[in-house]
Design a binder for this molecule. Sequence first.
Ligand code: GLU
Length: 578
Amino acid sequence: MTQTANASVSAGSEGSGHAKATVVTRFAPSPSGHLHVGGARTALFCWAFAKGRGGKFLLRIEDTDQKRSSDAASVGFLKDLEWLGIRWDEGPEYKAPDGSTVGGGPHGPYFQSERLDLYNREIERLIAAGKAYYAFDTAEELDAKRKAAQAAKQPYRYDRAALALSKDEVEAKRKAGVPAVVRCKVPAGPITIQDEILGTVTLPDGEVDDFVIRKVDGFPTYHFAVVVDDEFMQVTHVLRAQEHFTNTAKHMVLQDHLGYRRPTYGHLPIITNPDGSKMSKRDKDKTLRAAVQAKGLTAPPAGIANLDVAAWTKWLGDKNVQLDIEVANALAAALDVALPEINVDDFKRSGYLPGVLSNFLALNGWSPGENREKFDLAFIREHFNLDRVQKTPAKFDRVKLLAFNCDAITALPREDYVRLVRAHGERYYPEFLTKLTPDQFRMLADASHERSKTLDDLYRSNRWVVVTDEALVWEDSKNVKKAVVDKSADGSPSGLERLRAVRPLLEGVTDWTASSIEAAVKTYADAHCEGNLGKVAQPLRVGVTGGTVSPPIFDTLAILGKASTLRRLDRCLEHFAR
Ligand code: GLU
């Protein structure tokens, strides 16, 4: 079967009939989980490109792949975008935390699964025009042909077997309910893609075969739905990941068949780990496997839902098996390891500020020039352009991101830090907020602000706040020993001896505030260590927190309260006396 000769199709740039149209971009995620940083970067660039040109940014949920989609996932996406400060002018309606409604608009519905009538109408139009056709090949038949091509070292292309059927035969099969897909009839000739980032690329004749546009289950394929929606939603600029570059050829064929406009294309470089590997959820499993190995664990830690011995063994034995995200998080907590962040929600959970993440994401593939690295969303919106988008993959530098976040957190006015760190705790560490009074929390926040790289640091480094007095354990470390056990060379008392002497003074403090505690300890220091409070501070710190790092010691004791302080000191004296 020969293909009908046809002029080659080529993608126009600004000049394809809609140069004066309002810029409309869209972000079109498939809701297959949380919003990946790569997707977030695409959304950010689409948003900035449109908003910086007085245009519209649209959000569309591509949920035609029934196996992967879920409503919960798309809600997660909406939240993640909104958290980053990326609001869509059109798209699914979403109630933002500030009470305003985001989305809606005249081109809905914005879930592809609700637009099937439109797709079917357009597919019928193509079939009637002879530009698409039913194909009844079974999966086995196609598989055999694919394997034969492979064996012959030939690229597989659909052979148009379905076109050998007569019109009557096709109708009879349709009537009998034989499962069928619909394929697009791709004209012969090279296809030239004009890309605003990658330049002009021509795919040779035969590169694109007659691809499926409607699946057996009646749903359109991604290729078909995306082309119809971009037309009906009046999208002018398609900015998306480079992995879609060759798909663009298919989309152009469909646009020509259907008599649609040609949007301007720009394909964005992918974001990778520093070693060039794909940033994927697998990185979490990799981190967990390494931690399990380092700790020499042979069985799953107790109490993790859905992780029994069978699941554990399967996961450890097969690198391709991934744990569910909840299971992975629970295992990470049990092993006390931090998982690499992959999705926007992971960064939120780790205590990154949304403005820092969007700033950093923008630098993954774009730069405003003049070595400028720190900027906010308004700056991105004003300055983002396609000329400065790089072609090569962008390496995601976590160390730099953390440094950016640290700078931003320490630069926050104190009140803002307290508000944000409290909100973070309400969400992820409610046990801290039930344990502490507002004043105690404030004291902890004041003491933590300057040392924090993330909003999570306060909670991760102050577990002593929530651990019960009876469950407190002392770090088995040189520094801890030095603070409480070791005798100094000059024969002065050890930390434990000092604790024993200070304890009754603390017991005598009636109003348990940082300054009264300090006064009591000072009495001891004046008498026994020439007023050097530091000699008592570190043993006290170890005594009540189990380690050598905490906020200023008198704040620490005030936050803890008198009863807990005395109980912990007693346990410490007992523990090290053994
Ligand atoms: N649903 C596609 C994805 O998530 C969208 C691709 C496009 O923007 O055309 O990758």
